[in-house]
Design a protein around this ligand. Structure first.
Ligand SMILES: *Cc1c(COP(=O)(O)O)cnc(C)c1O
Length: 399
């Protein structure tokens, strides 16, 4: 590592609040599926800024759209209409088949909005203020108080109690555990279609189907958090589209802006017409022309560049190559995942492997202490997969 990089890292540790144990590299630029640090070292990136840079780095058409929007206007206000937001909402409706869109600045804020919409929907039905929400153990929905309250990992919540009230937890893929928490106060069930941070656990079709039926029967709103698993990553635009069901409310963020901070919560007309109204919810930045120019272009490029087709072509190959590692190494227990959202489960912490990979020019990340998560840019090729496996395999061999 250069002296320059060392001194930047020292400065960072003095100035930034220590909320992350950061890997010891200072990244400077990206191109396609590669990132470069300030010493010019090249890395193959299988993290994509945690499932963000779906289109790869430095996409010219995307960059040009952002530059053009900067020269027009960055921000107005949600008290006025703007064309990029109108276009982005229209396109997002088209790919999701949802009816109403609210743009946010982050995933956590999308979750906040979804929870508020669900509570308002229930409030308008019976005028009561004691409604309950069921969330899943091992889930992750973000770091703000509402999102944290439905995050099923006590470690994230403990020091910040009390959370918002009336949240109950059940187990993903255990329908009975959900059913046992349902009562007349239940207004919503929230879950990630594929759990990300919790360790790459896809919901089973049986589970989601039963949850949908339960929600229909009792007029409980199903909120699907697609912030990590959505936007093409699992081989459909949104992961739930594979299951033949539809949520009442869904959240998206991460790859939605491909690097521009933006999220959204979307709802069906039933919820849209019976929940949040003027004065109930708002945001200064959310849905501004700059962020929405990014969203609109991302959705255009998904179509134009056949991003989802690429996921469906490359993902089975990634699965096959990862399965070979499961066969080869006793300390790897299994592979889990959907599409280009995969996890390799180890019988031990994976930090050493990830650090070794980094030294060898490969960026990987964990999900929990013993799982390596693979959430690469959605434009990766089979050759990129081979390169990644080559580096990872040599790191594993040297353990
Ligand atoms: C990342 C993530 C969030 C939080 O998004 P932020 O933009 O970090 O606030 C919420 N839900 C899921 C499933 C996520 O992966």
């Amino acid at each position: 590592m250069s002296e320059m990089m060392k001194s930047y890292i020292e400065e960072a540790e003095k100035a930034l609040l220590h909320t992350y144990n950061r890997y010891q590299i200072v990244l400077e630029k990206g191109d396609g599926v590669y990132l470069y640090d300030i010493d010019g070292k090249k890395y193959l990136d299988f993290v994509a800024g945690i499932a963000v840079f779906a289109l790869g780095y430095n996409n010219k058409e995307y960059n040009d759209t952002l530059k053009a929007q900067i020269d027009k206007v960055l921000h107005t206000s949600n008290y006025y209409y703007n064309v990029p937001a109108i276009e982005a909402a229209k396109k997002l409706k088209e790919v999701s088949k949802m009816d109403r869109v609210f743009f946010t600045n982050s995933g956590a804020e999308a979750v906040e909005g979804a929870l508020k919409a669900a509570r308002k929907y229930a409030f308008l039905k019976d005028g009561k203020t004691d409604h309950e929400i069921i969330a899943m153990n091992h889930s992750f929905h973000g770091r703000t108080f509402g999102a944290l309250s439905v995050t099923g990992n006590p470690h994230y919540r403990e020091a910040f109690e009390p959370m918002i009230g009336n949240i109950k937890f059940a187990d993903l893929n255990d329908f009975e555990s959900v059913l046992s928490q349902v009562n007349g106060k239940t207004c919503a069930i929230i879950l990630e279609t594929v759990q990300g941070e919790g360790g790459i656990y896809p919901a089973t079709e049986e589970f989601l189907t039963k949850i949908r039926e339960l929600c229909d029967e009792k007029d409980i709103l199903l909120i699907l958090d697609e912030i990590q698993c959505g936007m093409g990553r699992t081989g459909n635009m949104f992961a739930w589209q594979k299951y033949g069901i539809k949520p009442d409310i869904m959240t998206t963020a991460k790859a939605l802006g491909c690097g521009v901070p933006v999220g959204a919560f979307l709802m069906t007309e039933k919820v849209g017409a019976n929940s949040l109204v003027a004065g109930d919810h708002g945001t200064t930045y959310g849905g501004n022309p700059f962020a929405c120019a990014a969203v609109g272009k991302v959705l255009d490029l998904f179509k134009q560049d056949n991003i989802i087709e690429n996921v469906n072509e490359v993902a089975p190959y990634l699965e096959k190559r990862l399965d070979e590692l499961v066969e080869r190494y006793d300390f790897i227990q299994c592979r889990r995942g959907m599409g280009l959202m995969q996890g390799l489960v180890f019988d031990r912490p994976v930090a050493e492997v990830i650090n070794k990979a980094l030294e060898n020019g490969l960026i990987l990340i964990n999900a929990g202490s013993n799982i390596i998560r693979f959430v690469p840019p959605l434009v990766i090729t089979k050759e990129n997969v081979d390169d990644m496996i080559g580096i990872l395999d040599s790191c594993l061999r040297s353990l």
